[in-house]
Design a protein around this ligand. Structure first.
Ligand SMILES: [Cu+2]
Length: 324
């Protein structure tokens, strides 16, 4: 992403944050609230159960479809708030490649850096600091907080490769205890027995706002993190099949491909083909075939070359998600 695109991204986010939605909160905050509310099913019960409207966002097979639809709706809204026409889609944060506190999203003109440990880890640099009026919707005094981990690293290309070896989408009991050797979804979501993996590591590593599930999308890096998680799922789908989803219908009430993602009013199965989305679809720059681990690291290292090639393709009507 060039400087001008980064600025366009920042400005579009602020435009969403300043535009009121019908609910009395802003367009941006509406998305934060959808994610917070997704912890509960329609009866207000925490976690997933057998209700007609189960909680589908986390710790269940629909983790990937739910977030695919969620960031798609965010992305199309974001593009409507970009008055430069420079944005082609969400950027993604390739944390396997950009692991340092000074690389990837963390520029002073982009998402800002780590929080200040001497001031409650408040993010004081960049355009999402208190100076830029970036506060949580339900607590107008609560700023963005980051606490880059001293204890955990981010997922690596080898970690991604390991997840890619799991050819089965999910496994009973369809929750965080599903074996990461049998459940690609749980492996990528990151509920490892020995500590967080991949998606969860991203949240834990950034820390602060990102490590609180009811606030995480308040940190704009959330969208770039989930775009990369979605990229990994999309590459898995290209290896194992777009419709390769579990559980089968009726095996777990509310989680079959023919069931509804009820916040969004689309079928779970409607999210599988990312090239045909809402009649538009999207694609990622740098889609790769998964080779052996050593070659995979090499591939990620040389991805800039692939981007250059794919950049020249006609974009047509398709949204384009590139690296940040
Ligand atoms: Cu989430």
């Amino acid at each position: 992403m060039g400087d001008a695109e980064q600025t366009a991204f920042v400005n579009a986010l602020h435009s969403m944050k300043q535009t009121p939605a019908g609910s009395g909160i802003s367009v941006y905050d509406t998305f934060v609230k959808i994610h917070a509310d997704a912890m509960d099913d329609h009866t207000g019960h925490h976690g997933h159960g057998g209700g007609a409207n189960p909680a589908q966002a986390h710790m269940v097979p629909t983790f990937l479809p739910w977030h695919r639809q969620f960031i798609w709706e965010f992305e199309t809204t974001l593009l409507a708030h970009d008055n430069t026409g420079l944005l082609t889609g969400l950027p993604y944060w390739n944390w396997a490649l950009d692991q340092g506190p000074g690389s990837g999203p963390w520029g002073v003109n982009f998402l800002g850096g780590n929080g200040n440990p001497d001031n409650s880890n408040i993010v004081e640099t960049g355009p999402f600091s208190p100076n830029s009026n970036w506060f949580l919707y339900d607590d107008p005094n609560e700023p963005l907080v980051r606490d880059f981990s001293q204890h955990f690293g981010l997922g690596t290309t080898t970690d991604i490769w390991r997840a890619m070896q799991v050819g089965q989408y999910d496994a009973a009991p369809w929750d965080p205890s599903a074996s990461i050797h049998e459940s690609f979804r749980n492996h990528l979501e990151g509920w490892g027995e020995d500590g967080p993996l991949l998606h969860n590591l991203g949240h834990v590593w950034v820390g602060g706002t990102m490590s609180d599930v009811s606030e995480a999308p308040f940190d704009p890096v959330f969208w770039m993190h989930h775009a990369f998680v979605d990229l990994i799922w999309s590459e898995w789908q290209l290896l194992y099949g777009l419709d390769n989803y579990l559980p089968e219908d009726m095996a777990l009430m509310g989680f079959g491909a023919d069931d509804l993602l009820w916040e969004f009013g689309v079928l779970i199965g409607d999210t599988f083909d990312f090239s045909q989305y809402d009649g538009i679809g999207y694609e990622y720059e740098s889609t790769t075939i998964v080779p052996e681990p050593s070659a995979y690291a090499l591939m990620f290292g040389s991805i800039a070359l692939l981007w250059a090639v794919r950049r020249r393709r006609s974009r047509g009507n398709v949204l384009f998600r590139g690296p940040c």
